[in-house]
Design a protein around this ligand. Structure first.
Ligand SMILES: [Zn+2]
Length: 123
């Protein structure tokens, strides 16, 4: 059973068309009261991480926007290496270091770290 991270009640497995204005991207775990949801690993009912509400979704978008350019389009620096670096910077085990698994505070920390790193590279 998947519990909502905000109200603690069981989340429901529904089709993502509910939250994406009729377009389906597969099943999601969904809490109506909190307007929180999380997608599933392809072809499974395994959630990708914790349920995210509107604020956390916003923070994750920002975290991706600052983190992804650090590795994307670079041949010598892979996504995996970028996550290894981030894990070290954040003091987290590598397997817990994924934007999809971050809470608000971790998103903020990730954003700060990545901003600092990209400033360093540009100067
Ligand atoms: Zn809830």
């Amino acid at each position: 059973m998947i519990l909502c991270d905000y109200c603690g009640k069981p989340a429901k497995l529904v089709d993502s068309a509910i939250v994406y204005e009729g377009r389906s991207y597969g099943p999601i775990w969904y809490c109506k009261e909190c307007q929180a949801w999380v997608g599933c690993h392809p072809g499974t009912k395994e959630p990708l991480g914790r349920l995210a509400n509107a604020e956390l979704r916003r923070m994750k978008r920002i975290a991706h926007a600052v983190f992804d350019p650090l590795w994307r389009g670079k041949s010598h620096y892979t996504r995996r290496m970028a996550y290894q670096w981030l894990a070290e910077e954040m003091g987290l085990p590598e397997e817990e270091t994924h934007v999809g698994m971050f809470d608000i505070e971790q998103c903020q920390k990730c954003i700060d770290i990545c901003k600092k790193a990209s400033r360093r590279k540009n100067t």
